[in-house]
Design a binder for this molecule. Structure first.
Ligand SMILES: [Cu+2]
Length: 234
């Protein structure tokens, strides 16, 4: 019995350390490749049209987004939300195939993103961090530019969005439209040194899934260890 207590208390200690090291917050992305540009265009013949473009910021920290959406359905279906989703939209165009939000640090969809602490949000939760689309009854075109510090144009980064997709949702979560990001030629660079080629890179959605599975498995072991510890000390 003594051995069990010793062993389980040791496990509990390890679990406590691991829990502390759990990287919940997304780090600010730095050294993004110069002028790397990725654009996603929403599909025709679906509600909401337009595109979203992300360009590395000038100093390589974060990504500048330019959003231009129009042709909204009934405003009562809003406010509309949009996210970078983990997977590209499959050939058949079905937005469900885009998977969940880009969340390489294991942050769940709930609780809702607190925009005053964007690092605690899912990197892919753009409307959570920068605002949902609300005033479509009066505003026919939704145009917005902002700097997002938590996604990346570097294919080596887990927060890379260039091989993923954008999904636009109704307020009830329905996926109204979606499109895949593809790399664009940098438009405002001069000289031969200006253009940046970024290889498509390897997608890591399965890596994220494995990571999550490991975390939940670890949680189970920790729960068992804590229970054994409590039983042993009773
Ligand atoms: Cu979404």
């Amino acid at each position: 019995m003594k051995l069990l207590i010793l062993f389980s208390s040791f496990l509990v200690l390890i679990c406590a350390v691991l829990a502390q090291q759990q990287p919940n917050d997304a780090p600010i992305t730095e050294n993004n490749p110069k002028m790397a540009t990725f654009q996603a265009i929403l599909q025709e013949k679906k509600p909401i049209q337009g595109q979203i473009t992300g360009v590395s910021s000038n100093n390589g920290t974060g990504v500048n987004f330019n959003i231009n959406f129009f042709d909204f359905p009934d405003a009562a279906m809003g406010p509309f939300k949009y996210h970078i989703h983990d997977l590209p939209v499959p050939q058949d165009g079905n937005c469900t195939g885009a998977g969940g939000h880009l969340s390489p640090y294991g942050r769940n969809d709930t609780p809702a993103c607190n925009a005053t602490q964007p690092g605690t949000c899912q990197p892919g939760d753009l409307s959570g961090k920068h605002g949902a689309i609300t005033d479509t009854a009066h505003e026919k075109n939704y145009q917005l530019m902002y700097l997002d510090l938590y996604v990346s144009t570097d294919p080596q980064s887990v927060s890379f969005f260039g091989n993923r997709s954008v999904v636009v949702h109704a307020a009830n979560g329905a996926r109204l439209n979606c499109g895949n990001f593809t790399q664009q030629m940098a438009s405002n660079t001069t000289g031969s040194g200006g253009s940046t080629t970024t290889t498509a890179g390897t997608s890591t959605p399965t890596g994220a899934a494995v990571g999550l599975a490991t975390v939940s498995k670890g949680g189970f072991v920790c729960a068992v260890a804590a229970m054994a510890y409590m039983l042993g000390t009773m």
